[in-house]
Design a binder for this molecule. Structure first.
Ligand SMILES: [Mg+2]
Length: 191
């Protein structure tokens, strides 16, 4: 499937959802491209997973922000590759640095750079430990098995919509409980 065809399908998938993330964050190695960039040379021409480009361009067309969260120990190679692929300007934040934390630091930085709350973000990564740590922050996080593709993309948007619906339901429940409490409190004071 060509990039344009993937983009069209990704646009259709996005169009099926009423609730969308404000920012979609991608890992690099084994999420956007099928290699560890530390094992490559800057002089090479990298290639992405087959569906990645179409998905990125669909998000851009819909005005949905994008960012990178990578623990690569070679940010210079990663950034050179993003430039070679003409993707550099697409990302509102590019946090590429090795760290002991499982990307929680990356997400704190992305949040302060973009102002987008964690619960308005959707994240794709191929490592379970990152998914575990980042989802605890409130980010909808999707484990990819074979890079970002249309299937993972649809799954991510579905999970995001479900998480948002659950959060709204809980908020409504809490508000109802709170208003009942405040209604009953004057009578309690009389006792
Ligand atoms: Mg990775």
């Amino acid at each position: 499937m060509g990039d344009e065809r993937v983009k069209e399908e990704a646009l259709q998938i996005i169009g099926a959802f009423q609730v969308l993330p404000r920012l979609v964050v991608f890992d690099l190695d084994y999420t956007l491209w099928p290699f560890y960039c530390e094992c490559r040379s800057k002089r090479e021409m990298p290639s992405l997973y087959p569906h990645a480009k179409g998905i990125l361009h669909a998000l851009k067309e819909k005005g949905i922000g994008m960012a990178i969260a990578s623990r690569s120990p070679t940010p210079d190679i990663a950034k050179t590759f993003l430039e070679k692929l003409s993707l550099k300007s697409m990302f509102a934040a590019q946090e590429i640095f090795s760290s002991w934390s499982h990307k929680t630091e990356h997400f704190q930085r992305i949040h302060s750079r973009t102002g987008v709350p964690f619960n308005s973000m959707l994240f794709f990564d191929d490592e379970d430990r990152n998914i575990q740590a980042v989802s605890k922050m409130g980010v909808t996080s999707v484990l990819v098995g074979n890079g970002v593709n249309l299937g993972a993309f649809r799954q991510g948007l579905t999970m995001f919509a479900q998480n948002t619906a659950t959060a709204e339901k809980n908020l409504k429940r809490w508000r109802t409980k709170f208003s009942q409490q405040s209604k009953s409190s004057p009578s309690e004071e009389k006792e």
